[in-house]
Design a protein around this ligand. Structure first.
Ligand code: PXL
Length: 277
């Protein structure tokens, strides 16, 4: 069985980061080791959330794993709490990366043209440096703009996206996958670039007109889980995009739908059947 280490926060209530990655990746038949960067009462879109920073715990925990000679087939990072944690994560990459460890980075920090409450421009720059160490990065357009000093646009054309991808690829990741890219009315999806083969790949599915927190985490978790299951990059991102869209559709059907996250629990059987096709 493949083993992933995921490094991100625990938001106790809110369906995001580890409370999405752990159930989804485990359901995909991949062992999921967690390294929590912080414990929050809820995600940061709630008012009055509490935060217990866990920066001091990261090295002692990983030092223990080192003694146990643990091997990770992938290291998947998401929401990290602070600039200091980004530096520690780089150290963890150096400690645990072997020739067959995939470094998958979702530089979670912003959406819809704005940084999340905990972050500033300096954090965005450090995240750009972290992305340079990755095999695969999956920023959304807002995150890509903050990391590359590009003007954020709601309306754009393919030339804007290609320019953004070029600047992202220059950060150093082997594969750059921009998410939330809409190339025509009613469609959305991913626009990827492989720096080694110089090939682009595009996948667009029907846009669901609803915004939910945690959908980026659903997308990333399924992508990295599918890659660990041996799917090609294109198939992994296609399944992740389709599953995320279907999960939003399913959530909209729930009369008591929580505003803060998606009902991914309801669509896990569908995910498993997508994987077995
Ligand atoms: O889903 C991204 C995310 C992860 N973790 C925390 C967040 C958010 C988005 O708002 O607040 C704590």
């Amino acid at each position: 069985m493949k083993r992933i280490l995921t490094i991100q926060d625990i938001s106790c209530l809110g369906k995001c980061s580890i409370t999405i990655a752990l159930p989804l990746i485990s359901a995909m038949g991949v062992e999921t080791v967690i390294l929590p960067t912080a414990v929050l009462s809820t995600h940061t879109m709630f008012q009055g959330f509490t935060v217990k920073d866990l920066t001091d715990e990261l090295i002692p925990i990983t030092d223990h794993w080192k003694k146990e000679n643990v091997h990770f087939d992938a290291i998947y990072t998401g929401y990290l709490g602070s600039a200091e944690e980004i530096e520690i994560v780089k150290k963890i990459f150096r400690e645990f990366k072997t020739d067959d460890t995939l470094i998958f980075i979702d530089p979670v920090m912003a959406d819809n043209g704005k940084l999340y409450p905990a972050f500033d421009l300096n954090y965005a720059k450090l995240n750009a440096g972290l992305c340079g160490e990755a095999d695969v990065i999956v920023p959304n357009i807002t995150e890509a703009c903050f990391m590359t000093d590009t003007e954020y646009r709601e309306e754009y054309d393919e030339a804007y996206i290609k320019d953004l991808i070029g600047k992202l690829a220059a950060l150093g990741a082997k594969k750059t996958v921009l998410t939330g890219v809409s190339l025509s009315e009613g469609k959305t999806g991913v626009y990827g670039y492989d720096s080694e083969t110089k090939e682009y790949f595009i996948y667009q599915n029907d846009r669901v007109d609803a915004q939910y927190h945690g959908t980026g985490d659903v997308f990333s978790s399924v992508s990295v889980g599918a890659l660990m299951r041996g799917l090609s990059l294109k198939d992994a991102f296609r399944i992740a995009a389709d599953y995320t869209a279907d999960t939003i559709r399913e959530t909209l059907k729930n009369p008591e739908k929580p505003w803060y996250g998606v009902d991914f629990e309801a669509t896990i059987p569908e995910l498993l059947s997508m994987l077995s096709k």
